[in-house]
Every structure is written in structure tokens, then in C-alpha cells.
Design a protein around this ligand. Structure first.
Ligand code: F6P
Length: 335
């Protein structure tokens, strides 16, 4: 482990709290279950915080026992609830949260979430409270981990949608623009596009202009294809609606008839895949292990197949760039 910035503290841990924050992600429930049960196995009391950072400010705690986290491993979302809290971004909000943790006798906090959430973890940890982060977001843009809880499920939902759209596209000789989530990161769109055999994939890291999309679709049409799929990440400047309007202004340019589908939150709410359940379980247990080892102020993630701990101070306000290999792969395959 790279220990710079992480804070070791005396591991007399009697009570911990868990919260889920930011956009929910399939597998969060499995992570809550793993943290809770591994803590209870060490005779550590567990509280869940309802509604993310805002719930911490509003003192919304609930005691968790082994049965409370039963029957949830297969359910998407988070049974603790989540939120994006503007108040926690203020010093006053964070002080209130800290006061509530101390008043409840909580020794450490586990935060399951993505970028914004883990920046919050870094801030609270810097105030002297032991926090461990668990990497979870469908965007997979979190620094300090190769993979995040929820991303695999979101890719699979997007691929399933692509498969369905290709079927109907084939019947009608249509091209579909499919827009998926990912915020400013193209990972989700890129992986779904590759797995779905898309003709064009446009991501913020390598945006394909409308004229170029038109050229590639026209070429596919002239090669006799009966369908074509264009996967678009939500973070690009020319999103599906804009590209569609470009094609409406240049009728007939692509050959295919065109339709656009924006998947939006549909990709976030599915039951977690086995991969996400297992990742969540491993990272949840690893978070508790880190605290038991006396190491807080870190994000637990997975890098090159190994569980890793990266200092929160290193990951805060940073994002992980999409690999250039993937961009090259998409270019080669788009023929
Ligand atoms: O970060 C997860 C994510 O689903 C992004 O892909 C998307 O841009 C954003 O959250 C949507 O946020 P909200 O649920 O607040 O609309």
C-alpha cells in the first residue's frame, strides 16, 4: 500500500457507521451487507446512516444487525438511501456531521460511493475522523481503482438495450443513436459499445463529430448493413439529441432512417450482476479489514486484480482517464 496521506489510528473500534452517497450503484447493498457482517463477526456494532452525507448532518442513524442486511445482495440501489448534499460541502455542514458521529460514539465511518462522495470522505478524514472509502459508481471514473461497484451492471444493461435496438433496427433498416450515462467519463459508453458491436462510439475523451458519424453510417449503409448502432456518452458536447437534429437538417445523408434512445437512469437501477456482487463483497470486507488493521483515510479498490488501499487525499477531486488502448480498439473495430 502507498501509505502517504493515510492516517493510522489506535484500533480500539467498538462501533462503526456506514453510508452510501452520490448516485446509487448496483451492488451498494452487497457492500453494506459485507461491511456489516464482517464488523459484527468481530463484535463491532454497526449503524447505517440514512440518506448519505445529508443523513449524517440530520442525525439519521439506524442500528444494523445481521438480519437487517439479509435478502439484499441481489437488489440494486441502496436500502440506506443516498443523496447529493450541498450542506456537506460547507464547513458548517461537515462540523455538524462530525458532532453527530462523536455524540453517537462512532469510532469510524465507511463511505460507499464515487468521486464526489470520496472527496467528502477526504474532507471528513482531514478533520480527524477515521474514514474508509469503498469505490462505487457506475461511471468507473474513480482514481485509485481499476473498477468500481455498479459499472459492470450498467454496462450489461446498456449492452442489452443495444442488442434490442439492433434487432428492431434490422427489421426497419434503421440506425440508432444510443445515449448512456457516465457523466464526463466515456468508460461505460466505450465498454458497452465494444461489447455491443457498435459502428460508432463517441465519448468525451474522443468525440466523433456529427459529420464523421454521418460518413461512417453512410459507408455502413453502402456496404449493405441493415442496421447500425452509434453509442454516445452523455458527457460529449454533441449528444444524441443534437446529432439527431443535425441529421434532420441533412436529410438522406446517412442512408438509414434514424432514431435516438436515451437510456438515462435505466442503466443505474438494475439488479447487480454476479461480478458487481462479488466486487462489492470483497471491497466491503476489505474496508473493515483496513479499519481493523488501524488504517483509515484510504479508498479500498481493486488494481490489477489485487485489493488496494489508496490515500483519500490522493484521490480527492481527481478522475481516472479512460485508457487510450480502448479508444484505439474502438477505432480499429469501427469498420
Ligand atoms: O455518477 C453517476 C451518474 O449516474 C452519472 O452517470 C450521471 O451523470 C449522474 O449520476 C446523474 O445524476 P442524478 O442521478 O443526480 O441525475
Amino acid at each position: 500500500m502507498d501509505g502517504g496521506g493515510a492516517v493510522a489510528y489506535i484500533p480500539i473500534m467498538k462501533t462503526i457507521a456506514i453510508l452510501t452517497s452520490g448516485g446509487d450503484a448496483p451492488g451498494m447493498n452487497a457492500a453494506i451487507r459485507a461491511v456489516t457482517r464482517s464488523a459484527l463477526g468481530r463484535e463491532i456494532n454497526v449503524f447505517g446512516v440514512r440518506g448519505g452525507w445529508q443523513g449524517l448532518i440530520d442525525d439519521r442513524f439506524m442500528a444494523l444487525n445481521a438480519r437487517d442486511v439479509g435478502g439484499i445482495i441481489q437488489i440494486g440501489g441502496t436500502f440506506l438511501g443516498s443523496a447529493r448534499s450541498a450542506e456537506f460541502r460547507t464547513e458548517e455542514g461537515r462540523s455538524k456531521a462530525l458532532r453527530n458521529l462523536c455524540a453517537r460514539g462512532i469510532d469510524a465511518l465507511v463511505v460507499i460511493g464515487g468521486n464526489g462522495s470520496q472527496s467528502g470522505s477526504a474532507e471528513l478524514h482531514a478533520m480527524g475522523f477515521p474514514v474508509v472509502g469503498v469505490a462505487s459508481t457506475i461511471d468507473n471514473d474513480l482514481y485509485g481503482t481499476d473498477v468500481t461497484i455498479g459499472c459492470d451492471t450498467a454496462i450489461n444493461v446498456t449492452v442489452e438495450a443495444i442488442d434490442h435496438l439492433r434487432t428492431t433496427g434490422s427489421s426497419h433498416t434503421r440506425a440508432f443513436l444510443v445515449e448512456t450515462m457516465g457523466r464526463d467519463c466515456g468508460y461505460l459508453a466505450m465498454m458497452a459499445g465494444l461489447a455491443g458491436g457498435a459502428e460508432v462510439i463517441s465519448v468525451p475523451e474522443s468525440e466523433v463529430p456529427a459529420e464523421e458519424i454521418a460518413r461512417r453510417l453512410r459507408a455502413a449503409y453502402e456496404r449493405g448493413k441493415t442496421h447500425a448502432i452509434v453509442v454516445i456518452a452523455e458527457g460529449v458536447a454533441e449528444n444524441a439529441a443534437r446529432i439527431l437534429s443535425y441529421f434532420e437538417r441533412h436529410r438522406g445523408v446517412v442512408g438509414f432512417e434514424l432514431r435516438a434512445t436515451t437510456l438515462g437512469h435505466v442503466v443505474r437501477g438494475a439488479p447487480p450482476t454476479a461480478f458487481d456482487r462479488l466486487l462489492a463483497t470483497r471491497l466491503g470486507v476489505a474496508a473493515l479489514m483496513s479499519l481493523a488493521d488501524g488504517v483509515a483515510g484510504v479508498l479500498v479498490g481493486e488494481q490489477r486484480g489485487e485489493i488496494t488501499r489508496t490515500p483519500l487525499a490522493e484521490i480527492a477531486n481527481r478522475t481516472k482517464p479512460i485508457s487510450t488502448d480502448l479508444i484505439e480498439l474502438a477505432r480499429v473495430l469501427a469498420q
